[in-house]
Design a binder for this molecule. Structure first.
Ligand code: ZN
Ligand code: ZN
Length: 423
């Protein structure tokens, strides 16, 4: 049996800068190549490997894609394999990364030229259609996380590896669940573990609460501001509100507008293209400052970025309504320590457009996570019965791996940063 090795370049016992270097035979592939955004600090990047033949990109989120243009800066103009829509989302996010870095005075090691070259290196692949990368036979499998998100199944000399990337085993409004039944036999499983030690609250309850918040806010004459990620999340929120019978107007602002256009164009990548179309038809894009200003003058619902209140149009809306106790700001996901969203929840104040501000609006936090929960990961493990399990992409990766070993007698581990594992 040939040797396979995996070097943990980043994103193992942390969420951010996901990057693994897999070597099989003479072939070296990067499994994702992300960046880590840290509130108030300079972003972190994985090291640049000597030689790379290709990148397998699971999905467009910056913690998986954000370092790709650094490869071309170092002369690695290598093919990047991913699902078609991943290229379009990546284009949006990578150019935005440059914009944000400029704003914050960060040096990320690339500009528009490197992003253009990176985008030229994309090679679209299709789910369940095997392709060759050197000595590896690779198959992308729907991961259910965001449109186009893929797991990669890799086969070399009789040994198979599955790298899950971010995945979800339960359906959402936007996405079908990961296609676990399509996964061929697996010897080595490399799994994400963001929520490996938690269960999510029932989604139906979250949807119900969201609808209640929005309706109550409008009734009392306030503005209902809902903050979420541009890719996937705000569209999920819009679809949930529609599905729960909310018929009012929904304004959509920030990067989510462009992301929604992309999703609409690739509607074969979502669970139900007709559902998507219905939801999109009822969304009003905020196109200019004139519209933006009008929205907060009346009771309205606005869905906007950024998800952790680190910037974006959400700051404008909050600045306008911050003293209005009838208005609401609803966060739709986990708030990383040190972000303005986390501060708002814990301290009731945050920095809005550079100014420290008390917020009198009602603050709500809901969970619309697109990540698999503990029971989903365990289900995947039970289905696949791998010989060894490498746990990555989680603040508690190590604890989860230990649990798998001690309580369930499985060969599981979470590598240290920089560690090389030989299978
Ligand atoms: Zn993701
Ligand atoms: Zn991720």
């Amino acid at each position: 049996m040939g040797k396979i090795s995996v070097t943990a370049l980043g994103g193992t016992r942390e969420v951010g800068k996901s990057a693994l270097l897999l070597e099989a035979g003479g072939t070296r592939v990067l499994l994702d190549y992300g960046m880590k955004l840290i509130p108030k600090e300079h972003p972190e990047f994985p090291p640049i490997p000597e030689k790379v033949d290709a990148v397998l990109l699971t999905h467009a989120h910056l913690d998986h894609s954000g370092s790709l243009p650094r490869l071309v800066s170092h002369g690695h103009d290598v093919p990047i394999y991913g699902i078609d829509i991943t290229r379009e989302y990546s284009e949006l996010l990578l150019y935005d990364a440059i914009k944000v870095a400029k704003l914050k005075g960060h040096h990320i090691g690339y500009g528009p030229k490197e992003v253009r070259r990176t985008l030229n290196n994309f090679r679209p692949v299709e789910f369940n259609v095997p392709f060759r990368v050197g000595d590896l036979e690779v198959t992308a499998i729907n991961a259910g996380h965001i449109p186009g998100s893929a797991m990669f199944h890799m086969k070399y000399d009789g040994t198979s590896v599955l790298y899950t990337g971010d995945f979800n085993t339960v359906p959402s409004r936007l996405m079908p669940p990961a296609s676990i039944d399509d996964i061929p036999p697996v010897d080595i499983l490399i799994t994400e573990s963001t929520y490996a030690r938690k269960e999510h609250p029932p989604r139906a309850k979250q949807e119900f609460l969201l609808k209640e918040i929005v309706i109550e806010t409008l009734k009392s004459g306030g503005t209902a501001i809902v903050a979420g990620f541009a890719i996937g999340r705000l569209l999920e929120v819009a679809m949930a509100l529609r599905a729960r019978g909310f018929k009012g107007k929904l304004f959509l602002d920030g990067m989510a507008r462009k992301s929604t256009e992309i999703t609409e164009y690739f509607s074969n990548r979502v669970r139900d293209a007709d559902d998507l179309k219905l939801a999109v038809r009822t969304i009003t894009s905020v196109r200019n400052w004139h519209m933006r200003k009008k929205i907060t003058k009346r009771p309205n619902v606005v869905l906007t970025t950024s998800g952790m209140l680190e910037g974006g149009p959400v700051h404008y809306y909050m600045k306008e309504r911050k003293e209005d106790e009838n208005s609401t700001i609803t966060l739709t996901g986990y708030q990383v320590d040190g972000t303005e969203g986390r501060r708002l929840i814990e301290e009731g104040k945050m920095e809005i457009e550079g100014e420290e501000t008390w917020v009198m609006m009602k603050v709500n936090q809901l969970n619309f996570s697109a990540h698999v929960s503990r029971s989903g990961i365990l289900k995947l493990i039970r289905e696949l019965k791998p010989e060894s399990i490498m746990v990555v992409h989680g603040e508690e990766s190590e604890e989860f791996a230990n649990e798998l070993e001690d309580k369930m007698g499985m060969a599981a581990f979470s590598p240290e940063l920089g560690e090389e594992i030989i299978f």
